[in-house]
Design a protein around this ligand. Structure first.
Ligand code: NI
Ligand code: MN
Length: 225
């Protein structure tokens, strides 16, 4: 499975079977976006919540690619109401798709669409494909049940925010990896806006002092997991 980082909380997964899955593709209006929405393709789009910096370019991409949305029930219904394919799920539930398994977790945050529709609870998501378990926490503050999440699933990669203000900052993100115990953590949700400026290499240094492995991805970088 390949993982590409678009900056902010946006990622693209490409499985060994060639399925392309986007998570929170926020490109237009994102000063760090390395690609244009028109150049991105998706079979599936997973949204952690409905804030504009996570829905991003989803609808334009889904329209062009006939993508299927995967999100919590209320947000999936919103996508359906706009004419898109959607698979409704909810927190704690998992489902086996043709590319792998998706399970939603709690996240402590908000979720309302840019046009003010309630979009259910915000979520994190665990994607299991090609033998890899990847946990994208979504936007969240620190919570102790990250320990439970790590106990129930051996997390290979944990993608977690470090930008502070709207989400965990570096100090809380360090505690988050102590709780969830991922084999590798990848910081996200930083340096997009002035209020979420944070140094991913400071996070890396502090985490490595505690024995954790951190991979800081450049905006636009793609790695093989
Ligand atoms: Ni948000
Ligand atoms: Mn956000």
């Amino acid at each position: 499975m390949k993982l590409k980082y678009f900056s902010h909380s946006g990622f693209q997964l490409t499985t060994s079977t060639g399925k392309r899955i986007l998570i929170d593709p926020f490109l237009t209006g994102n000063p760090n976006a390395p690609v244009k929405a028109a150049d991105v393709e998706a079979d599936y789009i997973i949204l952690t919540h409905a804030h504009s910096d996570h829905i991003g370019d989803s609808f334009d991409i889904a329209k062009r690619c006939n993508s299927t949305f995967i999100c919590v029930n209320e947000l999936a219904n919103y996508c359906s109401s706009k004419g898109f394919n959607a698979h409704n799920m909810h927190i704690g539930g998992g489902y086996n798709f043709d590319f792998g398994r998706v399970k939603f977790t709690i996240a402590h945050h908000g979720s309302i669409t840019p046009d003010n529709h309630y979009a259910g609870e915000p979520a994190g998501v665990i994607i299991s494909a090609d033998g890899i378990n990847l946990y994208h926490t979504g936007d969240t503050g620190l919570f102790y049940d990250m320990k439970l999440i790590g106990e129930m699933t051996s997390i290979d990669y944990m993608l977690l925010p470090i930008g502070d203000n709207f989400t965990m900052g570096i100090t809380d993100a360090l505690k988050a990896i102590e709780l969830a115990k991922p084999k590798t953590a990848i910081p996200m949700h930083y340096n997009t806006f002035p209020v979420i400026v944070a140094d991913p290499n400071e996070f890396k240094k502090l985490a490595e002092e505690k024995g954790f492995k951190i991979r800081v991805l450049n905006f636009g970088e793609e790695i093989e997991l």
